[in-house]
Write a protein that binds this ligand. Sequence first.
Ligand SMILES: [Zn+2]
Length: 195
Amino acid sequence: MGEDNRRLWAEWVAREIGGDEGRQRTALDAALQSLQTGGTVSEASNAARAAVGATPAPPPATYFQTGGTRCRFCGSVPAVPMTIYEHNGYLILMTFKNLKGPFCRDCGLNVWRRMTDATLLRGWLGMFSFFIAPVTALINVVNLSKLTSLPAPDPNSSVRPPADPGQGLFRRPGVYVYVGVIAIVLVYFVLVLSR
Ligand SMILES: [Zn+2]
């Protein structure tokens, strides 16, 4: 998703380049433009630095350039190719989102927790969404082991630090909201049937 990418790059610029808002925006635009024209993560970070006259990053270690699947956000290895899904219901309308990897463990967990929580939090809100949201969440749960079975990202391979995985799913509101909704629906049907 463009938005997620932009946010992560903005965080990277703030941390690695810093300076005032104008400087950070120039660097961010340069990085995003490089990515849009097919640049790699390391080309984008160099473009960002060059745009504001910051010193270029030290050249990556040689093994870094010799293939292997790298995280789309931070460039770390190991990374796994996978897709994370989100479903949002808006009564009549609904939106399907997905974000394709490859992800390292930390960036992947960051995205997985955010998108799965969003699906549980407001995915069910709609006639079709009520059935689509749990399937979406279930697909994410099934795919979670791809991330959790990865070792921590190798710090020597990162172009920028991996994202913070953040709070676990059970420390976010989505699960509890969803359980509440299911409970209300069950109680409703029990009341209707008992009449
Ligand atoms: Zn990463």
